[in-house]
Design a protein around this ligand. Structure first.
Ligand code: TYD
Length: 136
C-alpha cells in the first residue's frame, strides 16, 4: 500500500473514425470489483478537490474530459500525475493521501470505486493519516 502500488492504467481503446470507444470491466482492467461510480464536474478552472485518504477503498480516476493533476502521497513520498486522456486511469490503492488540482475548465473527473460511500473509510486529517501510516 505504497506509491509503488499506484499506477497509470492504459484502458482498452477501440479506435474508430466514428468516434473512439473505451470500456472498463471490474477485476479485468481494474484490480477490484466496481461498486460505485461518481464524477466531479463544473469544477472552476484551476480548482482543487480531494485532500483525504481512504482506509480500504480502491479507486480508478479518469479524466473523461479536459485535464487535471493528482498528487499522491503515501506519507513518505509524493508523486504528481497529469491526467488528460479518457483511455488512461490512475489506480489509487488504500492509505494514499490525494489532492486534485489544476483542473481545466469544463473538465470531468470520473472515479470508479471498490465500495459504496462510507464516511468511516476516510482520513480527512493529514496528521491522523500520517499516524495511521506509521502503523501500516
Ligand atoms: P469528498 O469525497 O470529500 O469529495 P472531494 O474530496 O472531492 O472534495 O465528497 C464531498 C461530499 O460528497 C461529502 O460530503 C461526501 C459526499 N459524497 C457522497 O455522499 N457520496 C459519494 O460517493 C462521494 C464520493 C461523496
Amino acid at each position: 500500500m505504497s506509491l509503488a502500488d499506484c499506477k497509470l492504467i492504459d484502458l482498452p481503446k477501440i479506435a474508430d473514425p466514428r468516434g473512439n470507444l473505451t470500456f472498463i470491466e471490474g477485476l479485468q482492467h481494474v484490480p477490484f470489483s466496481i461498486h460505485r461510480v461518481y464524477y466531479l464536474y463544473d469544477v472552476p478552472g484551476g480548482g482543487e478537490r480531494g485532500g483525504h485518504a481512504h482506509k480500504a477503498l480502491q479507486q480508478l480516476i479518469i479524466a473523461m474530459s479536459g485535464s487535471f493533476d493528482i498528487v499522491l502521497d503515501d506519507g513518505r513520498e509524493k508523486k504528481r500525475f497529469h491526467l488528460n486522456r479518457s483511455y488512461n486511469g490512475l489506480y489509487v490503492c488504500p492509505m494514499i493521501w490525494r489532492e486534485l488540482d489544476n483542473f481545466s475548465s469544463g473538465s470531468v473527473c470520473m472515479v470508479l470505486a471498490s465500495n459504496r460511500y462510507s464516511e468511516d473509510d476516510y482520513y480527512r486529517d493529514y496528521n491522523e493519516f500520517l499516524l495511521a501510516r506509521r502503523k501500516v
